[in-house]
Design a protein. Structure first.
Length: 317
């Protein structure tokens, strides 16, 4: 028998924990993480209160439900993952009627932009920061090159210095709106010089800024896998170069190499993902290698590489 219980999490550091955290209903997990304000699913006390109100409307939130294991259960879990990738994980958005979700997401992004960014850091150029926020939230799981962004913004007529751009990126990271994943290099200089991989705290926050179909489902899945690990630890990286590894767990002594792809039925996609893991084995021979996919391909993976469905992976690790 498998036990399933609904639980939603708010990550909050002990030093910054607000009294509102203590009022969250049963079934809400408050985890302690690194420095900063309440984050991951909430960036302000107003949003914490909003989450508390929404969750209080679910009378059976903490009651476990039991059912016999079956392939039908697997299908339902896989469908739930697809829904998560479509609408994100913000509680009020998930529980709202579909026609209300765009308005709620717009209110969230406006709240984050004005209260957690413009007001908190007394931003002198809100238009530039808004454009940078749009750039970041519309391209989850992509490599971020500040130099390229600087050139693009200058070509669009924005007046900025590289110092301003780096400072605004720091604001986004400090507010836990985005996470910047370093390259897996021991050299601090190489980490600083190489692009970072960008992940949003929730890809749905990009929907008010760009149409939802423009955000690739494979990038959403990669961000979901990253966030799954980010809730557990911070020593994460990606591996670049001749090939790419989406996630390296344990930056100093790699334990796990993960590539993520929504679909690998096309031979070129399969070769790219499997080939990357085989290439990385020479650099990090002791690390376990995994390919996380939405559907297991008909073609079996080579020895030493585990191919696993995304929903099963997220529940198992």
């Amino acid at each position: 028998m498998r036990s399933r219980s609904t639980a939603l999490g708010v990550l909050c550091p002990p030093a910054a924990r607000h009294p509102e955290c203590a009022n969250l209903p049963d079934g809400v997990v408050v985890a302690s993480v690194g420095p900063g304000a309440c984050h991951q699913l909430a960036w302000s006390h107003d949003l914490l209160r909003s989450i508390s109100v929404v969750l209080s409307r679910i009378p059976s939130l903490s009651r476990p439900q039991h059912e016999p294991y079956s392939t039908t259960s697997d299908s339902r879990i896989a469908a739930a993952l697809n829904e998560y990738l479509a609408i994100g994980g913000l509680p009020e958005v998930v529980l709202a009627e579909p026609e209300l979700r765009p308005r709620i997401l717009k209110e969230y992004i406006d709240l984050v932009f004005y209260k957690d960014l413009v007001e908190r850091y007394k931003v002198a150029n809100p238009a530039l920061l808004r454009q940078l926020l749009k750039q970041c939230l519309s391209q989850p799981a992509s490599l971020l090159s500040p130099h390229k962004i600087f050139k693009d913004f200058r070509s669009q007529g924005y007046e900025l210095s590289k110092d301003t751009l780096y400072r605004y990126l720091h604001y986004l990271e400090e507010s836990y709106i985005v996470f910047l994943l370093p390259v897996a290099e021991r050299s601090i200089r190489k980490r600083a010089m190489n692009p970072k991989k960008l992940h949003a705290v929730d890809w749905a926050l990009g929907y008010p800024l760009v149409p939802e179909p423009f955000i690739d489902v494979g990038h959403k899945l990669e961000t979901a896998v990253y966030l799954h690990w980010r809730r557990q630890r911070e020593d994460l990286a990606y591996l670049g170069g001749e090939r790419e590894i989406d996630l390296v767990v344990n930056l100093e002594q790699p334990e796990l190499l993960v590539n993520v792809a929504a679909h690998v039925d096309r031979p070129d996609v399969y070769e790219r993902e499997i080939g990357g893991l085989e290439w990385a084995a020479a650099r990090m021979p002791r690390a376990k290698r995994m390919l996380v996919v939405q559907e297991i391909p008909a073609r079996a993976g080579p020895k030493g590489i585990e191919v696993i469905e995304a929903w099963r992976y997220l529940l198992s690790y």
